[in-house]
Ligand binder design. Structure first.
Ligand code: BTN
Length: 282
């Protein structure tokens, strides 16, 4: 494990997140300006969805030290113990062109990679659609997960997006449940030192704002290019485990205009995959 001395640790990693320390560093225009911090919630995504229906605006953020019912993709749970990770949800107003909404999970993956790499120097990769991985010693360990949920704010159907991010920061290997220990990692495990979580959160919120602005002003092309350059899935043989039906195998070739994964099946047919679990076959 390498050491990265560029962000000094000013306090023990076990101390609680501090709203003052977050606001002292945050330079965003909208994202995180309204931020609520909780010791424990069921799910930051669920809590933020309630706030959105009650009128919270674009950029509102909910952060928690732990979650009792953290949600993962495909109906799974997200194990969310206290003691040093980040569980955060960000409210994004839907843009006028709703056909670009499918890019938001990919935008979030790029934001996490940029924030973490800038802060720690770690080289990261993304597994389609939005797992952030640390490639090391021929394996890929999961550092962060993303869950985007659309909510309807009014009877007229105005949509907002809740972007949920779980990022393992200061958890030690022993703190992960047995079944995740081989496949999950944290910044502490990768760099050999703890990280000030407020700094990590601030870097993340700033990257989300930058990419969200770019997406709204210029459309998804820039996000697509950034994502493709980080995506470890494209160019690999893959198996896609689908929620319904058997697995599909083929060669991942690129992204469709909506961010779907293009997979060439052994028959030569190119499939557009929009959900499911990807397994990299080498
Ligand atoms: C996944 O990889 O399955 C997605 C995990 C997303 C977890 C985060 S933690 C903060 C936010 N609140 C939730 O309930 N889930 C997301």
């Amino acid at each position: 494990m390498s050491r990265h001395p560029n962000v000094p640790l000013s306090r023990p990693c076990e101390s609680s997140l501090s709203l003052d320390r977050i606001h002292a560093h945050l330079k965003t225009r909208a994202i995180g300006v309204a931020l609520s911090l909780h010791d424990e919630v069921d799910s930051t995504n669920r809590r933020l969805a309630d706030l959105a229906r009650a009128g919270a605006s674009h950029g509102a953020v909910v952060v928690a030290e732990s979650q009792t019912a953290g949600r993962g993709r495909l109906g799974r749970s997200w194990v969310s113990p206290p003691g040093g990770n980040l569980y955060a949800s960000i409210l994004l107003a839907a843009p006028p062109a709703s056909n670009t909404l499918t890019w938001v999970p990919l935008l979030a993956a790029v934001a996490i990679v940029r924030a973490v790499t800038t802060l720690t120097g770690l080289a990261l990769a993304v597994k389609w659609p939005n797992d952030v991985l640390v490639p090391r010693d021929g394996t890929e360990r999961k550092l962060a997960g993303i869950l985007v949920e659309a909510i309807s704010r009014s009877q007229a159907g105005a949509t907002a997006l809740v972007l949920g991010i779980g990022l393992n920061v200061n958890l030690q290997s022993e703190a992960f449940p047995d079944d995740l220990r081989a496949s999950a990692t944290s910044l502490l495990m990768e760099t050999g030192r703890p990280w000030e979580r407020e700094r990590v959160l601030v870097a993340l919120l700033e990257e989300v704002e930058r990419l969200d602005d770019q997406w709204r002003d210029q459309g998804p092309a820039g996000i697509a290019a950034a994502y493709e350059s980080l995506c470890a899935t494209i160019g690999k043989p893959v198996r896609i485990e689908m929620a319904v039906g058997g697995p599909v195998e083929g060669q991942a070739e690129g992204l469709a205009p909506d961010g779907a994964l293009l997979v060439r099946a052994p028959t030569g047919q190119v499939l557009e995959i929009r959900s499911g679990d990807v397994v990299h076959l080498r």
